[in-house]
Ligand binder design. Structure first.
Ligand SMILES: [Zn+2]
Length: 64
C-alpha cells in the first residue's frame, strides 16, 4: 500500500485533500461528520462500554 504524505479525506472512496493537516476530512465530509457526530459518539460510547464489559469478563475468566 502506498501512503502519501498528502493529507486526504479519511472517508473511504474520497480522496479529496483536507483543508489543513489537523483535519481528517475534506470540507464536504467534515460537514456530514459534524452532523452525524452525536450519533457516532453515542455509538462509540456504546461500543466502548460493550468492549469494557467483555474485557472484564475475559480478565475474570483468566484469573485462577
Ligand atoms: Zn471527503
Amino acid at each position: 500500500m502506498t501512503v502519501s504524505d498528502e493529507k486526504v479525506c479519511k472517508v473511504p472512496g474520497c480522496s479529496k485533500e483536507v483543508y489543513n493537516a489537523k483535519s481528517f476530512f475534506c470540507g464536504e465530509h467534515k460537514r456530514s461528520v459534524k452532523e452525524n457526530g452525536k450519533k457516532a459518539l453515542q455509538t462509540a460510547v456504546t461500543v466502548v462500554a460493550a468492549v469494557g464489559v467483555v474485557a472484564v469478563k475475559i480478565k475474570k475468566s483468566l484469573k485462577k
